[in-house]
Design a protein around this ligand. Sequence first.
Ligand SMILES: O=P(O)(O)O[C@H]1O[C@H](CO)[C@@H](O)[C@H]1O
Ligand SMILES: O=c1cc[nH]c(=O)[nH]1
Length: 239
Amino acid sequence: MNPASITPHIGCSPEDFAKTVLMPGDPLRAKLIAENYLTDAELVNNIRGIQGYTGYYQGKRISVMASGMGMPSIGIYSYELYNMFHVESIIRIGSAGAIHPDLQLYDIVIAQGACTDSNYFQNFKIRGSYAPIADFELLSKAVETCKSRGLRYKLGNILSSDVFYNEGGVQETLQWRKFGVLAVEMEAAALYMNAARAGKKALAICTISDLMENGAVTTAAERQNAFNAMMEVALTIAE
Ligand SMILES: O=P(O)(O)O[C@H]1O[C@H](CO)[C@@H](O)[C@H]1O
Ligand SMILES: O=c1cc[nH]c(=O)[nH]1
């Protein structure tokens, strides 16, 4: 690890990162990817336990670093990676709760767009709202990869929420079904906004970890370990 630290949150140099960073919320998921998929993986960041690694996947240099939970957290890391560490693409690989009734546990959701209940866009001081969307090239490659592997996936809008334990409960979240929203997570909208503002690329792919309507859930260990299909899609499409 290079000891040079140019931000309070990431303790290495720009050259320690690859052009593409895979970004799970959970630092242990970052470690798992580094240990199971990357060769010559090197720990490049561990400030606040936000583990970041750089290594090689099938000869391709790739980094993986956690975002932490929520838009303020991914907002910090994605801003710094894009604007201070010269990273070109960030692919979020997260867990999400199903809103769409046809989704099953472990299905993949590719986030074409990300609605949000957050005020994150207010920071940019432009009147109106912004429609956060994925990079089309990454999106197309993710769809093709899911198709060619015969994976169960859906492509469409997701909801990035500021609140995990919302006062209105499941029924409030399920209102988003009226607009065809597929699933809820907590980071993609901020990632897409930071990418757009920086002129960089972003995509969020999620694995369904719980079904909001019937209460089916995966355990924390399963969330950490069992998202292989999504991880392999992200590793494959990374440029
Ligand atoms: O599994 P990750 O990537 O952390 O994603 C989801 O899980 C967390 C909530 O449990 C939030 O960060 C949400 O977006
Ligand atoms: O943000 C999230 C992630 C997984 N499941 C949920 O219900 N919400």
